[in-house]
Design a protein around this ligand. Sequence first.
Ligand code: GLA
Length: 403
Amino acid sequence: MIEPLVEVFRERYGAEPTHASRAPGRVNLIGEHTDYNGLPVLPMALQREARIVLVPRDDGRVRLANTNAEFEEAEFEIGVRIEPGPTGHWGNYVKAPAQELARRFAIFRGFDGVFSSDVPVASGLSSSSALVNAVGLALAAINEVGLEALELGDLMADAERYTGTRGGGMDQAISMAARAGHAARIDFHPLRLRHVPVPPDWRFVVADTGIRAEKSGPAQAAYNRRRAECEEAFRHVSAELIRLGRLSKPPKGYQAMLRSVADDEALEAGERVLEAGLLKRFRHVVTENARVVEAQDLLFQADHTGFGMLMDASHGSLRTDYNVSSAELDELVAFAKEGGASGARLTGAGFGGCIVALSSTGTVDDILEAMVAGYYEPRKLSDRIDQRLFLAVPSEGATYRPL
Ligand code: GLA
């Protein structure tokens, strides 16, 4: 499906593109708001992706046109300090990987390219990381930066902080390194990825509320606040565990803490020293971590019912303890369950965006119908429904190839 892109390239530059770079969006199956706390996640890459066709340049200029006419072309010089555009400008996601690569490696060559994406924007499906990765992979290849996929994913997570969100590393890692037909358990510090096959008769339905959760808008402040709250909770609980003689020195992070003491012990310490709001955040992080570990086993064992129950529990915790759900997300989850989903939860950062629901081949049509009749039709959102409601196909990570 890159022919339309090639067409735009010819019109724009009067030449044939020589290379294509692509990077998928992702849906996170479980493990929400754990990555930036150094705890594992279990996402898979989607068939929806960011695509670029390009010709490498001999100088350090990057010119990237967007097939969506709303977005003006991004154009800049590669360097260690690239002036960002206004907050939320799509060009910042093009500059981010260029600046980060320039800081770490001597990269001097840019490209002329055309970009398009079918990852829904601001929906919790990592449209921004798909763009960052597609650009980052292209620049790394053009400049012969010899990094493995996962190393590049790690670098792209640092790169994306240029845009102002202190994200974790999940999105960039899965989009770079996913394997078709698989989800992946990802661990952090150091970044590690383990592919887990998705049983062929499992279906993950992705459904968009239609409420945009702009990562660069108000959701950014809420996201960054959650992150700061987790750090604060961690400091108080660590101090309490030291006071109790359960730890001898401050642990490096949540992972180290939860390796040294049982979850219950950490939660009890939290109950003693955290005020109600922070305790809720802390409880989500601790329980979500345990759910991810269990979910990985259940996926291996193809335990559909058990996996679905963990998804439900994850949503409950995100709603009541982490306070990142919304009326629309809760409603879509409820319709998915009414339609027969084994489990359903918000996916991504929350505050709007998408849910993901688990079904088997036999029940998927009932679930889709329940969501269309209950959510989309009453809101007159059923036009171009395939943009809002689709089955996730576990897809391959980013690739760069000659045309
Ligand atoms: C966003 C971030 C991720 C992760 C999720 C929440 O997608 O980019 O790193 O923190 O939110 O799980």
